[in-house]
Ligand binder design. Structure first.
Ligand SMILES: Nc1ncnc2c1ncn2[C@@H]1O[C@H](COP(=O)(O)OP(=O)(O)OP(=O)(O)O)[C@@H](O)[C@H]1O
Length: 245
């Protein structure tokens, strides 16, 4: 079976030549279908930058990502077809209604007619957006905007999902619903979620990678990581492995 996601030696620096700052420093990992990877790290560790490079939104200085066998640099269309990406924040066209925006995403993803309608309806049902279907996105609350972002990521039923802080801004009920949805989808997909909420790792992740200054400092199941600390607490493990990097 083809590895769902293979991240190979990703590297990215920002800034002028005399003040170059490394954001991602040779990051590699593999993910199989059925795995939900919690991608953790302190603010500025390089999580969003890594996710952008995996999804082909940012060109790496070195390395690449292979998505279901497709290199995101040499075969970007095939790789991007296999990915659903929820970026940080909630970028969308603010004056479009939820329905019009998702229909537009469906068209871009290559669906027509009845199938497009079914996919939009299914994505709205999964993310509980039906009640705001005809509302312009700019008038939605933060949590609803986040769910529109999630709906567009799921619409084409991709085998790989890259979700940058998917529950950011959601109330406890919605966090629960989104985590439930991630768990329901997990068996048939490979999913990466970045989060600062360590309870989320226990709730949905089969594995966690902790990065600091663009490098992996821990990789294991939540239970294995907890076993690294005498307290058995993921917050303590996080602090210990990222403190002196
Ligand atoms: N376009 C950019 N130009 C310059 N520096 C950038 C750019 N994008 C990211 N950086 C820097 O790269 C580093 C990694 O940022 P990144 O957003 O990937 O971190 P993160 O782990 O997602 O952080 P957070 O948890 O705060 O979202 C930071 O120092 C950030 O300031």
């Amino acid at each position: 079976m083809t590895t769902a996601l293979s991240v190979r030696g990703l590297h990215k620096s920002f800034g002028p030549a005399n003040a170059r700052k490394t954001a991602v420093d040779g990051l590699s990992f593999e993910l199989e279908q059925g795995e939900v990877l919690g991608f953790l790290g302190p603010n500025g560790a390089g999580k969003s930058t890594t996710m952008k490079m995996i999804c082909g939104f940012l060109a790496p200085d070195a390395g690449t990502a292979i998505v279901c066998g497709h290199n995101v640099l040499s075969h970007p269309i095939a790789a991007k077809s296999a990915i659903g990406y929820l970026p940080e924040g909630a970028p969308a066209y603010p004056d479009m209604t939820v329905l019009a925006f998702l229909d537009f995403i469906g068209a871009i993803r290559g669906f027509d007619g009845a199938e497009r309608g079914e996919r939009v309806a299914d994505a709205m049902a999964k993310t509980q957006l039906k009640e705001v279907a005809h509302q312009p996105i700019e008038t939605l609350s933060k949590g609803f905007k986040r769910r529109v972002g999630l709906a567009q990521a799921l619409l084409h039923n991709p085998p790989v999902l890259i979700l940058d802080e998917p529950t950011d801004g959601l109330d406890p009920n919605q966090k629960f619903e989104v985590r439930k949805l991630i768990k329901e989808m997990a068996a048939t997909k490979a999913i990466v979620i970045s989060t600062h909420i360590l309870e989320e790792v226990d709730a949905v992740c089969t594995r966690a990678v902790i990065i600091a200054r663009g490098r992996i400092v821990a990789d294991g199941t939540p239970a294995e990581l907890r076993g690294r600390s005498t307290s058995g607490n993921l917050d303590d493990v996080f602090r210990e492995v990222t403190a002196n990097v």
